[in-house]
Write a protein that binds this ligand. Structure first.
Ligand code: FE2
Length: 361
């Protein structure tokens, strides 16, 4: 873990959306999240509406604006629904801010203490790529409520689909900007670069991308992608065009039972990237023993990858909004700490098929 900026894990992800009530219903009914807290007109908040959604260790917040000139409304206009804030849990939000800004980060929210009957919540934020903020949250003296102004809600309980935690957060940046932003995480917050995928690892006939994996402690993993030059527009280029710049591309969510989770998600109407049946031909020959039968994997469209540490099972949703930008990955790890390098090729061919359908390849 970084000495000057210790990070205890991901506190939450905040989405800026056009309609928080409907987004909350989507994450509840389709993804199995439970609405645990609310802030809006009924609680005395006049400018924004927010719902907190929880499942396992994952906490999402969806927020919308009440007026056109609010920054959330401006964000929705520019990006569509997007993850605007990645909040990290830290032991000292003022120190994290001070250290990051001294090392070159641009401050967004100076160290702030917000007190109410639940205690004192301390936070601060810096700017990352695009319009994304990295927020530092210290809950030491605020353990029992999401944030001041929020009222706990237990009325809308949905059944979990088995999502446990956030495995990794992936950002897309422009061609040539990856190393700058990797350096930003290393320099300002003490992340280490753990892996590097070049355009030869991640390429198809038409397009390529490059990616670096950053880690701070065991819990917080960021991947940064940039497009590489190819014959046609890459998935990263498509993202950058429709998102109007860099931003969060996908979130990897862990489960202990991917077959169960994916069955539930599919039943609820979540759409996944279709994987050709040929992917499963001969799969048994090289993956060796895994917990889920290959027929089940094929039925649910789950991919397998194996490395020296073990194996992983994964699959990817289609974009969750109208724009081909943000999506989710569901991942079950059995030892492997990788990201499914063996699947990159078939995955990107599948992605390009979708891109072509959208007229974007
Ligand atoms: Fe991923």
């Amino acid at each position: 873990m970084s000495k000057f900026c210790p990070i205890e894990g991901l506190d939450h992800l905040e989405f800026y959306v056009g309609n928080a009530k409907q987004a909350a219903a989507f994450y509840s009914k389709c993804f199995g999240f439970t609405n645990t807290a609310y802030r809006g007109l009924e609680t005395g908040e006049r400018k924004t509406t927010s719902y907190v959604l929880a499942q396992g260790d994952v906490r999402l917040v969806v927020s919308s604006a009440m007026s056109a000139d609010h920054p959330i409304a401006q964000s929705v206009l520019k990006h569509g629904d997007t993850i605007a804030i990645v909040a990290l849990e830290v032991p000292d939000a003022a120190n994290a801010y001070k250290q990051a800004v001294e090392r070159g980060a641009i401050g967004a929210i100076p160290p702030t203490e917000h007190e109410d009957e639940h205690g004192v919540l301390k936070y601060s934020a810096i700017r990352a790529f695009g319009d994304v903020l990295i927020k530092f949250v210290d809950r030491t003296h605020y353990p029992n409520n999401f944030a001041p102004g929020f009222v706990a809600r237990r009325s809308v309980t949905t059944s979990s689909v088995g999502i446990r935690s956030i495995d990794h957060v992936v950002g897309n940046v422009e061609l040539g900007a990856m190393n700058h932003w990797v350096e930003f995480f290393v320099k300002t917050m003490g992340f280490d670069v753990r892996m590097h995928f070049d355009e030869h690892t991640i390429s198809t006939e038409y397009s390529a991308l490059m990616s670096k994996v950053l880690q701070n402690g065991n819990k917080t993993i960021f991947n940064i992608n940039e497009p590489a030059k190819g014959r046609r527009k890459s998935q990263i280029d498509e993202y950058l065009e429709f998102h109007n710049g860099p931003g969060i591309q996908h979130i990897g969510l862990t489960t202990d039972d991917i077959a169960h989770t994916v069955t539930q998600l599919r039943q609820a109407g979540v759409e996944f990237l279709p994987i050709p049946k040929t992917y499963y031909e001969g799969l048994e020959d090289w993956v060796r023993e895994i917990d889920v039968p290959v027929e089940k994997l094929a039925e649910l469209g789950i991919l397998v990858d194996r490395d020296q540490d073990g194996y992983l099972l994964q699959l990817f949703t289609k974009p969750i909004g109208d724009r081909p930008t943000l999506f989710f990955e569901i991942i079950e790890r059995h030892g492997s700490r990788g990201f499914g390098t063996g699947n990159f090729k078939s995955l990107f061919v599948a992605l390009e098929r979708e891109q072509a359908l959208r007229g974007n390849l």
